[in-house]
Design a protein around this ligand. Sequence first.
Ligand code: 5GP
Length: 204
Amino acid sequence: MDDAATTKPGLLLIISGPSGVGKTTIAHHVERAIDAVFSVSVTTRPKTDDDVEGRDYHFIDRTEFERRRDAGDLLEWAEVHGNWYGTPRHPVEAASAQGKTVLLEIDVAGAIQVKTNKPGAFAVFVDPPSEEELLNRLRRRAREDESVIQRRFQKAQAEIERARACGAYDAFIVNDDLQRAVDEAVTLVARRLGRDLPPPNVAG
Ligand code: 5GP
């Protein structure tokens, strides 16, 4: 039998990290490697030329965001850099009910909310190899002037500290090398999924 009553709910996998750390690239590699469903967030952030509606985000205005949030349609939400971001509840719960692993690429505030509501979620935080390297990466990709880069750097440092302190993360991985970081993330998730099958047989 393979119906909703017998299917084990899929894992909610959270991937977070400061801007510039490469978490989106890691998240998409992990998504393919473990055949996960990527949760497409809603956001009030203006769409850029690099964004594809429905693939990267659903772009909505603040009125629509408030409507969905107040109707309970968002699993979590947060304000990031002055814009609102949220995870639509229904697609996540529907995919999970079918036993699929669902990948949420969200910030620390969102991860805390998901772990509070769904304690079985597995949360991974991606760290830069060093603060110096993070600053270099922000400089390389930024078109902004140095004061904007410094502000982003400070925010990134605060996000890293908050991730450490909040207790929501099950694992921290360092993006020193993309392939190595992806392999580590996939190994962690596979172990988590495997551990879920029989009860763990470890002392303590
Ligand atoms: P960006 O606008 O650069 O794509 O994303 C900015 C930040 O928002 C990133 O840290 C990303 O992880 C976070 N983010 C994207 N979608 C969501 C979401 O649905 N909920 C929360 N809490 N954060 C999100």
